[in-house]
Design a protein around this ligand. Structure first.
Ligand code: DAH
Length: 340
């Protein structure tokens, strides 16, 4: 009987070791170790043995049962490990690697500055007006009092789509669109957006950049209103200590036209490299809306007046963060972008 027991044990172990699937283990367990299993059946035969043999075979059978249980547990564990390692190798996932940081998006520095500017003018009651980046020659130039023959066209190097269509060189054509839409009501809008110039790219000039245009149309609007709004804007963006300076200038769509400067935010007007020892920084161009432009927008210049301005967006961001190369804004360099 002991031989029988040994044969049983050997058979069970041979099978156990040949298994390649965890599923097969349950079957094996049933076959050998369950109540109806072979070992239990074997134990039932003990009654037929003599009183001397019974304890010896009984003990041997119990030892076999115990060792089959241990082998079973060990095989179960090793099969599971084999399976896991195989799955890891197949999927090429190394669970022991530290996790990768989830990248969080952020607003581009130009967008941050645009939003700040939008917020300041919104507080002063300006609506935000969206205008297209691809414009007609008519809107980009002619309706802004810049006829085809006029030398003022030289102020804007232009990307032409065809004879009639351009990438807008400034946000000013949106003035005409706003006037045509709001006529005959008063207007107080800003027009933020991208503009394009056919220019050599250098640390100081890009072929694409942002502007924020402003336009008011109403009754009795005066140059002092324009200066007041610009002063308030400088105070809100750079702090209440800032001073504004006005210089006479020329733009075809405003009359009179002015250039707005602000005392240097770095040296407060003592002279430094940022202001190139002039003590002043350019904020933008502005003026009273030209009568021709008012008329082109549908407003009678005898009854209506207004002011307009055009502000840069990258320049103030460069000043604020000490960025000395405008190309960084469009270089897609994450190390640069993620600083802000
Ligand atoms: N459109 C001008 C430019 O891009 C900027 C400008 C100047 C806009 C004076 C205005 C303005 O509205 O009144 O160079």
């Amino acid at each position: 009987m002991l031989d029988q027991l040994n044969t049983l044990k050997e058979k069970a172990l041979r099978e156990l070791n040949a298994f390649t699937e965890v599923m097969q283990l349950a079957e094996w367990h049933k076959q050998y170790l369950s109540k109806k299993g072979e070992l239990t059946q074997f134990l039932k035969q003990l009654g037929q043995l003599s009183a001397e043999e019974r304890p010896i075979v009984g003990q041997a059978a119990n030892e076999v049962k115990q060792s089959l249980k241990e082998f079973f547990d060990a095989r179960q564990q090793s099969l599971q490990e084999e399976k896991l390692n195989q799955a890891l190798a197949d999927d090429e996932i190394d669970v022991s690697l530290p996790g990768r940081l989830y990248q969080r998006g952020r607003l581009h520095i130009s967008t941050q500055m645009l939003r700040k500017i939008n917020e300041i003018f919104s507080q002063m009651g300006f609506q935000i007006y969206d205008a297209p980046e691809v414009e007609s020659d008519e809107y980009n130039f002619q309706l802004l009092n810049i006829p085809a023959y006029h030398p003022a066209r030289d102020m804007w190097d232009t990307f032409w789509i065809n004879d009639q269509v351009v990438l807008r060189t400034h946000t000013s054509p949106g003035q005409i669109r706003a006037m045509k839409e709001y006529h005959p009501n008063p207007i107080r809008v800003i027009l933020p957006g991208k503009v394009y110039r056919y220019e050599q790219i250098t640390p100081r000039s890009e072929h694409q950049f942002y502007q924020v245009e402003g336009l008011t149309v109403g009754h009795n609007i005066k140059m002092t209103d324009l200066i007041g709004v610009m002063t308030e804007f400088a105070h809100k963006l750079y702090g209440p200590a800032r001073k504004i300076r006005i210089r006479g200038s020329y733009f075809p769509f405003t009359e009179p036209s002015i250039e707005i400067d602000m005392d240097c935010i770095l040296c407060s007007g003592k002279g430094c490299r940022v202001c190139k020892y002039t003590n002043w920084l350019e904020v933008g161009g502005a003026g009273m809306v030209h009568p021709v432009v008012l008329r082109n927008g549908g407003y009678d210049p005898k009854e209506w007046s207004g002011f307009a301005f055009g502000l840069g967006v990258e320049r103030p961001a460069m000043l604020k963060h000490g960025i000395n190369d405008i190309r960084s804004f469009y270089g897609n360099d994450l190390d640069f972008i993620q600083q802000f």
